[in-house]
Each structure stands twice: as C-alpha cells, then as structure tokens.
Write a protein that binds this ligand. Structure first.
Ligand code: G4P
Length: 298
C-alpha cells in the first residue's frame, strides 16, 4: 500500500519529537488494544532511546481480553516497557498510570522536581480522551477527525507531573499491508484512503477465521460460509440488502459489518496477535529479500 501520509506533518512531528525527547523522563504511548502493533507510531522505537515507556492499551472494552493479556506480556519483554490496559471514564485507573510513571522513575531520585512525561498516540486511539480524564477537564480536543493537528501543550497533572502533548500529527504504520487494513477496520484510517468494501472483505475473512462463533450468533448462521465474500452475501440475504436487479448490496453489508464490529456489537474482538504480527513480519522480510535478489540479478 503506497500511501504518502501528510509528509509535511510527518517531518514536523519528527523534528519536534526529536528535539523534545531528551528532556523527557518517560513516555506514555496510547495504543488501540485491538491492534497494539498496527497502532504504534513507527517513530517511537526509533527515537525513544532508553527512556522508559508506558504502553496504554486503550479501548480494552472492545478488545478480546485473553489476547490483550498476551500482548501485555509480549510488550513487557522489553525491560523499558510496562503495558497497562484502559477504557474510557476510568479516572482512578488513569491516575494509577501516573503513579506507575513515578514508580518507574523512582530510582532516579526525581521526587523534588516535576516529572516530565510525553504522551504520544496516532489519531483515534483515545489520546485526547485520556488527557481529559487525567486533567479532570477538557484539556485536549477529542473527535473523530483523524488528522486534527494541535498546538503543543503542557498540562499540569497530579503527582507533580507535567504532561507534554505530542506536537504535530503522528502517522500510523502502514506496512505490512495488513496493518493498514486493520487501522481502517478500527476507523483510525479513513475510508477515503482504502476502499471501504475492501476493508469489510478483509474484516469478513478475518472474523470467519478468528471469531466464527461471534458471527454465527450475530447473523444467526446455521453453517459457516466458505469465505469472506460468501459471508457478505449471506448477510445481504438475511437483512434483505439488495440493489436493483436483485444483486447483493455489498456496500451496505460492508457498512453494517464494520459499524457493528467497531461498536462492539459482534463482541470483544482483537484484530491481531503477537504471533500473527511475527509471521507477517517474517513473510514481508522474505518477500523483500526475494525482491532484492531479483533486482540484483537484473
Ligand atoms: P485521539 O485524541 O487519539 O485522536 O482520540 P479521541 O480521544 O478523540 O478518541 C477517538 C474516539 O475513540 C472517540 O470517539 C472516543 O470517544 C473514543 N474512545 C476513546 N477511548 C475509548 C475507550 O476506551 N473505549 C471506546 N469504546 N471508545 C473510546 P468518537 O466517536 O470519535 O467521538 P465521540 O462520539 O466520543 O465524541
């Protein structure tokens, strides 16, 4: 998927984060619990150095709890990382993240000064919602416009913490291609970027493999369709979604499927596991090596 994500914004964010990072004691990275790998910003591992990181797996209400737990263990294999889960409207839990931040920096004896914490997150993961919960007021703008840019701001929080909101726009990971599709399924990438019906077909294929029972319960299926397209045809028949000439209206099916998935009507669903991501990375590396060989032979 060759998408050029707002190159101006990307350059600005990289420059500003690089500049401010050395002054930070800790990073809070907000990610989507349904896609903890795809919703990371690729800059963070490259720029953080030894700075400790708290990964907040947000929207846990929408994610499969067993898979979320596996992700936490996986992420914490890195000794600089702690992974916690969160959902909106949980102020006590959100404040516990600040306590954890203090604990993670305790060995540096910083008690006497404010702890400088940078908060990062690609659009739509719930970063503004978390900032507002922590601040106990509307300190950050929320909304469903993925590309909203904000001026940098510093917010004073309990536990003598200064929270630096990310300057500029943080872009998502679009490679391997499955990451882009998963981001589109969750709504982090708008349908203008990837064809909506393709996104639904991707989701349909995945759900059939990973959550067949959820599909059977929601769409009252006696037997499982053979593939994602057949599933979409079945939903069209069930809900009577036909366009002129009696052709299944797959666009309408796509909207219903994606909306029901996003709103949790299909149940708590995770879109990737650590094993899937590792396999995809290995396949992408193999493909790249092959391409490299072919190029050099040419
Ligand atoms: P951002 O700053 O990272 O871009 O995200 P923001 O806080 O604006 O949140 C993006 C959307 O995700 C918002 O919904 C927000 O309500 C929702 N959200 C945030 N945290 C959670 C959570 O833990 N669980 C669930 N299910 N949703 C969460 P929206 O529809 O764009 O806006 P609104 O209808 O809430 O105003």
């Amino acid at each position: 998927m060759a998408i050029n994500w707002f190159p101006g914004h990307m350059h600005k964010a990289r420059k500003e984060i690089k500049q401010i990072m050395p002054q930070m004691d800790l990073i809070i990275e907000v990610i989507d619990a349904r896609i903890p790998f795809s919703s990371e910003n690729p800059l963070v591992p490259a720029l953080r150095g030894d700075t400790p990181v708290i990964k907040v797996l947000n929207k846990r209400d929408l994610a499969d709890p067993a898979i979320t737990q596996r992700w936490q263990a996986h992420l914490e294999q890195d000794s600089h990382i702690r992974a916690v889960t969160l959902t909106h409207n949980q102020r006590a839990e959100a404040l516990a993240i600040l306590k954890l931040a203090r604990d993670m920096c305790a060995h540096r004896n910083l008690e006497r000064r404010a702890l400088r914490v940078m908060i990062l997150g690609i659009p739509n993961v719930g970063k503004s919602t978390l900032i507002n919960t922590l601040a106990g007021r509307s300190a950050a703008k929320t909304g469903n416009e993925p590309a909203v840019t904000r001026a940098q701001q510093v917010i004073k929080l309990p536990d003598n913490i200064l929270l630096y909101d990310t300057p500029g726009f943080l872009w998502p990971k679009l490679s391997p291609a499955a990451c882009g599709y998963r981001l589109a399924v969750t709504g982090a990438i708008r349908s203008a970027v990837i064809e909506f019906d393709d996104v639904a077909l991707f989701a349909s294929d995945y759900l059939l493999k990973a959550y067949p029972e959820a599909l059977q319960a929601r769409y009252k299926l006696d037997t499982l369709p053979v593939d994602g397209l057949a599933l979409m045809d079945t939903i069209a028949a069930q809900r009577n979604f036909y366009s002129r000439g009696g052709v299944p209206d797959l666009h309408k099916v796509s909207e219903v499927l994606i909306n029901e998935l996003r709103s949790g009507k299909l149940g708590a669903i995770s879109l990737e596991t650590p094993e899937m991501v590792a396999e995809e990375a290995a396949a992408a590396a193999k493909e790249q090596a092959q391409k490299h060989d072919e190029d050099s032979q040419r």
